[in-house]
Write a protein that binds this ligand. Structure first.
Ligand SMILES: [Zn+2]
Length: 145
């Protein structure tokens, strides 16, 4: 089964950073340790890495935003996506919204997402929204057993 791992890959002066008018502290600057996947995340060697939010002046929460992800999935005839990651209410939510709009069937790995919860229920509300849009909740732990 193909695996895609997405990451923010920001310029040093990305517009999403607070010092440039955005809402986030500096994070995931391209080619730095801050943009690296955690060592504890074991990815197969055939994992395709998708870097997003690479343009200084544009925010991109969705993995489909200005990336080749859709074209790659289409070339592999992928119809179903199992989605996990963080943050639930930002990148996961926007990726799932775009994926549903592109007619993918979404299985949302509820035990493999994590919210920032700047408001205590942000993650919960995002999960409800994704389910309302048609994402089917599933547990990663159940998949791998
Ligand atoms: Zn970012």
């Amino acid at each position: 089964m193909p695996i895609f791992a997405t990451r923010d890959w920001h310029t040093e002066n990305h517009c999403s950073f607070q010092e440039y008018g955005g809402e986030w502290p500096r994070h995931c600057i391209a080619s730095t340790s801050g943009a690296a996947f955690p060592v504890s995340l074991t990815l197969p060697v055939y994992t395709k890495i998708i870097s997003k939010a690479t343009t200084q002046a544009r925010k991109a929460y969705s993995a489909f935003s200005e990336t080749q992800l859709h074209e790659l999935l289409q070339s592999l005839k992928v119809k179903r996506l199992f989605v996990g990651g963080l943050a639930t209410e930002y990148c996961v939510l926007n990726t799932v919204k775009d994926a549903i709009g592109l007619q993918y069937v979404i299985f949302l790995l509820e035990d493999a997402v994590c919210a920032m919860n700047q408001k205590h229920d942000d993650g919960f509300r995002a999960l409800m929204e994704m389910k309302r849009l048609g994402a089917m909740p599933i547990n990663y732990e159940e998949l791998v057993l």
